[in-house]
Ligand binder design. Structure first.
Ligand SMILES: [Zn+2]
Length: 118
C-alpha cells in the first residue's frame, strides 16, 4: 500500500490534472479552487471558475478524472444534454461505468442540482 501524500500535495496533483485536461479539451478555466463542499463534487460558474470538493482528494484517479472532465466540458457546453454526454464519452469512454453509483450530484450548473447517471 502506498503512503498517503499530504493534502497540499494531493491538491497540487489534482490541479495539475485539471490543467492537463483543460489543454486537451481546449478550454481555459478562469480559476480552479479546491474547497470543502458538502453536497456536490464540483461546481462551475458561467465565468469559468471551477470549484472542486476537497473530498475528491481521497477518491481514486479515475473518478477524479470524471469530475474534472465534467466541469471543464461545461466551459464548452452549458448543460447536461446530448452533446455534453457525447463529449464526455469521447474524452472518457469509461465515464459512466466509473461514475456509476458514486455520483449523486456532480455539479449545480444552471439549475441542474442533480446530475443522474442512467
Ligand atoms: Zn454538470
Amino acid at each position: 500500500m502506498r503512503l498517503k501524500r499530504p493534502a497540499f500535495a494531493q491538491a497540487g496533483i489534482l490541479k495539475n490534472q485539471v490543467a492537463q485536461w483543460a489543454s486537451k479539451i481546449g478550454v481555459r478555466p478562469l480559476r480552479v479552487q479546491i474547497q470543502p463542499m458538502t453536497k456536490k463534487w464540483a461546481s462551475c460558474s458561467p465565468s469559468g471558475r471551477i470549484c472542486l470538493s476537497k473530498d475528491l482528494l481521497s477518491e481514486d484517479r479515475a473518478f477524479q478524472r470524471v469530475v474534472i472532465v465534467h466541469e471543464l466540458l461545461h466551459l464548452r457546453v452549458h448543460n447536461h444534454g446530448k452533446l455534453f454526454k457525447s463529449l464526455m464519452s469521447a474524452y472518457l469512454p469509461e465515464w459512466e461505468r466509473v461514475a456509476n453509483g458514486r455520483i449523486r450530484s456532480v455539479c449545480g450548473y444552471k439549475d441542474y442540482t442533480r446530475f443522474h447517471i442512467q
